[in-house]
Design a protein around this ligand. Sequence first.
Ligand code: GCB
Length: 596
Amino acid sequence: QGYTARPQDAATTSAPVVEAATAVPAPLTNVPARQRRSLNGAWQAMVDAYGSGIGEWKAAWKDKTATGKHDFYEYGFDDSFTLDVPGDFNTQRPELTWLEGSVWYRKAFDYDRTVASKNGRRLFVHFGGANYQADVFLNGEKLGSHEGGFTPFQFELTDKVRDGENRLMVHVNNERRRDGIPAQGFDWFNYGGLTRDVDLVETPATYIQDYAIQLAPGSLNQVEGWVKLAGTAPRQPVRVRIAELDVDVRVQAGADGVAKLQFQAPFALWSPTNPRLYRVAVSTPQDAVEEDIGFRSIAVRGDEILLNGEPIFLRGVNLHEEIDSRRAHSQEDAQRLLEQARQLGANFIRLAHYPYSEHLVRLADRMGLLLWQEIPVYQGIDFADADMRGKMEAMLAEMIGRDRNRAAVALWGIANETAPSPERNAALAALAQYSRQLDATRLVSAAFYGPGFHGNTLAFADPLIASLDVVGVNEYFGWYTPWPVEPEQAEWKPFGKPLLITEFGAEARLGNRGASDVASAWNEEFQAEFYDKQLRMLRRIPFLRGVAPWVMSDFRSPVRLHPFQNGYNRKGLLSEHGERKLAWQVIRNYYQEIEQ
Ligand code: GCB
């Protein structure tokens, strides 16, 4: 079914969650370091707006070609067009702009099965992400399905791959669904397709599936982690080396393939001002991977956030994974997005509202930008749906499984603006717990919409707060809701936990100029004044530990109908082309003031 079963015990531990026997194996971590062959590039494609090829009747996945005189099939790739992978399909051909339906992709590859099987090699196809539902076939046979548009998944081909030419086919459907995550309503463009890298990955019979090599919570020099092997012979010696620090640790994996790890080293700690990474090598007698890992501690003390034991203020900004009005997907795209944040003076980014490409997260590690990464549990999720918990947990596990060794990631966001209800409260409290079980080294947070004024007081209550380390508040005083008092008069009631203002913003169209008190003019002066007023309030909140304006750049959103919006949410500090609005400088100045 594409997602793993929910572990029954919710105890907090950083040990890996052992998969249920029937579940699809978790994807390999650190794919860039594996022996792999990229399947990026041109794929043959076929548009199937009604999704009619997936059933038994038309069965496009059988990928047949007519031979006899009376033989025909109502599908065919051979004379079709191609789409670039990775990339959303909507922006590659004008007739696909508004498609919310199915596209079939096909790619041929050659494989030397004889050599591989002689050497006991296993073969996987790994997808960085496909929005939203993907059904994957090899040579007319189904490998499996995956639900969720922003997290990685893989299928094993070892027993199915042929010697010589193989045809991989993927049916990707991006219909918005009532039972989806996100559900049907969301304020961004529903880019569909194979939006991220696709790789063939070869491993030995028993391979290094995943590992956690991070500082133990509360420690600045002690690593507590694990390495998880998958395969037929999981009892193997495991070695972890960090040459620069003279670390050479040998441990033994048990029958479950898990080797626990513990060592101390005099790390130069990772931080935004010194994003130090160390080359870490993990090996077994059969397998070996390496990558650069940063070591740092992130913790909460009362209402403070501590980075490496020191209080930190998060000078943030929100992003969408969009550039040049398409889905961003490459290293170059990531570079451009993160460079904008750096120029703003940010040390923190909220990756709204879904996991981003691995390129971006790895680059944030190197650039020293702290991240909040979240799953798209956004607004109108149907928490009463019996399958919802399993889906949320699968997405969380896939996100954490990919990025648990990234120092940049400081917070896991489990939800954005969900309405309290008994089902929601129970499901998200369990999800917060599951997040700690998967990864005890990150803070758990969620963003709430609110709060409301009672006289001068801003009081805010939600049962979910109790389950979180950090509280994220999205507020739009001066835009969606009027200021009932002067900003300086606002008194925030403490939560006893750190507060992040995870969103605040107002719309302006680049180049519209005029009076600063007329929202309906969509002008830059109004937006700049909005931020001035906000900062007059925010500067006075004693337990405020960070802010993130909504949003870095104007982004496409079909729910934005005004002619000035023209299909874009215009709350960007930058236009969709990267041009600065007046508000950009207001935030830039604020961040310079904080830094000094
Ligand atoms: C919000 C949402 C965000 C929207 C934003 C807006 O509260 O979290 O996804 O885009 O407001 O502009 O309305």
